[in-house]
Design a protein around this ligand. Structure first.
Ligand code: AMP
Length: 463
């Protein structure tokens, strides 16, 4: 769960990257960083927290050059620490290299163990560093493109990548096309981003989504495409459309807001209910709730208000405030709730713990009935391709029936959108749906269980 941005051939490369990362902040808030290339040196600035906490004007000015890449991180492999923040920059025999990565490499542990046996010394616990070591290993192949191509042949899983090399900016997407990556243009510069909402902010024109397995090399205004051997079928992540991407983006060629409204409409058709108000869990349930209201004719309102000014960390109160972590973010609007029958719409239930607390809040605010509607199927399987989901033991739908979940949440009724209905909202029918049906498009090797995500390796910084 990360956001990446890159730009080639711009006098404002690091400034545009900084702005682009602002628009991709929803994809990760743990750490962020930017690397730039001025023709001689790679400059890197990284820090923990959100963009506004890390980057000052002077930081951005120090990032000189006409080529830049940036990253917002939400760790799905490797622990959350400054050492694992990206971009990661190294020197190879083919010159300096900096990389940013969104996704999760499922054979990273296996590759890392092999590379370590051959003498590699890793600086981080992140799966991304494996790609750099492989590129360094293959650098005898003569060019960065050949080295990267041969490195990526070894890598299995999800990656959308941007790299600064000394003569080019390179973008690459895995052959299954799990994570989004789009290309745009601003004046003479070519840019790339996880989502095109980053282009809107800087005024760049959207060109296209990268194809699965595509490697794009940009040098000045020259753009060339190369392809990795294709996977038998492309499997972009459908959860990007359900939850993760910003509604104003077009992801995998699908308009995110429009698809979510459609999901809400189908949910209202599949699981209608008599009620007075339809309300989203903000912000994740917003567009699906709109769709539910439009289809059912039940008025839309906000039963819950989200405080947008809460960072990821806050000082816990010393005295006990019940449900503090939820209350600091979401609060009930009593006048909307009192004596009303509510339909509460959210995109997904993961552990069920937040939803349960929210529903209690609604009851305490005087709701007469609460009907919970979820705009995707029950999440039963952990994602291994870059969405942060807990283990199977912690996923409520992997362990309880829908009736048991209804009881746990203490709602009057509970319904999920069916997978068939969800798939009917999108044009491509080969999306990855592993989190709902366990159908993993890339086999998960045994070594994955030795990954730092499941068995965290404590580094000095993390203690
Ligand atoms: P819970 O009630 O604890 O299962 O939390 C459900 C909420 O978590 C919903 O509002 C979802 O939008 C949100 N959510 C779903 N997937 C994720 C994820 N991978 N990381 C963080 N939040 C998520």
């Amino acid at each position: 769960m990360c956001g990446i941005f890159g730009i080639e051939n711009s006098d404002l490369a690091s400034y545009f990257t900084y702005l682009g990362l602002y628009a991709l902040q929803h994809r990760g808030q743990e750490s962020a960083g930017i690397a730039s290339w001025d023709g001689k040196l790679v400059h890197v600035e990284r820090g923990m927290g959100e963009i506004s906490e890390i980057f000052s004007e002077s930081f951005v000015k120090n990032l000189e050059g006409f080529r830049a890449i940036g990253h917002t991180r939400y760790s799905t492999a490797g622990v959350s620490s400054l050492r694992n923040a990206q971009p990661i920059a190294v020197n190879t025999s083919l010159g300096p290299l900096a990389i940013v990565h969104n996704g999760n490499i499922v054979n990273a542990t296996f590759l890392r163990e092999q590379l370590e046996k051959e003498g590699s010394i890793f600086q981080t616990t992140s799966d991304t560093e494996v790609i750099l070591h492989l590129v360094a290993k293959f650098s005898r192949d003569g060019s960065i493109l050949k080295a990267l191509y041969n490195a990526l042949l070894k890598v299995k899983g999800a990656y959308s990548l941007l790299l600064i090399a000394q003569d080019s900016l390179i973008a690459a997407k895995d052959p299954w096309g799990f994570r989004p990556l789009v290309m745009g243009k601003i004046e003479d510069a070519i840019c790339f981003a996880s989502e095109n909402c980053a282009f809107d902010l800087i005024g760049a024109e959207f060109i296209r989504e990268l194809k699965p397995g595509e490697i794009v090399v940009v040098q000045g205004d020259n753009v060339q495409s190369f392809f990795l051997p294709s996977a038998s079928v492309s499997t972009p992540c459908l959860f990007e459309l359900v939850y993760f991407s910003r509604p104003d983006s077009t992801v995998f060629g699908e308009d995110v807001a429009a698809r979510r409204i459609e999901m809400g409409k189908l949910l209202a058709k599949e699981a209608p209910v008599d009620a007075d108000i339809v309300s989203p869990v903000p912000d994740s349930g917003l567009f699906a709730a709109l769709g539910f209201a439009q289809q059912s004719g039940i008025p839309f309102s906000y039963a819950l208000i989200r405080n947008h000014y809460v960072g990821r960390t806050f000082i816990q109160p010393t005295g006990k405030i019940r449900d503090f972590r939820v209350k600091v973010k979401l609060n009930p609007v009593k006048s909307v709730i009192k004596d009303r029958r509510l339909v509460l719409v959210d995109d997904s239930i993961v552990r069920g713990t937040t939803s349960r607390k929210l529903i209690r809040m609604l009851r305490e605010a005087g709701a007469k009935e609460v009907h919970f509607r979820v705009s995707s199927p029950p999440t039963k399987w952990p994602c291994c391709y870059g969405i942060d989901t807990p283990t199977k033991e912690e996923l409520i739908a992997a362990n309880k029936s829908i009736e048991e979940i209804r009881n746990f949440l203490e709602v009057d009724s509970l319904a999920y959108l069916s997978l068939d209905a969800l798939l009917s909202t999108v044009n491509n029918k080969t999306f990855c749906t592993a989190c709902w049906n366990g159908d993993y498009p890339v086999t998960i090797p045994k070594s994955y269980r030795r990954s730092p995500r499941l068995f965290p390796i404590k580094t000095e910084e993390d203690i």
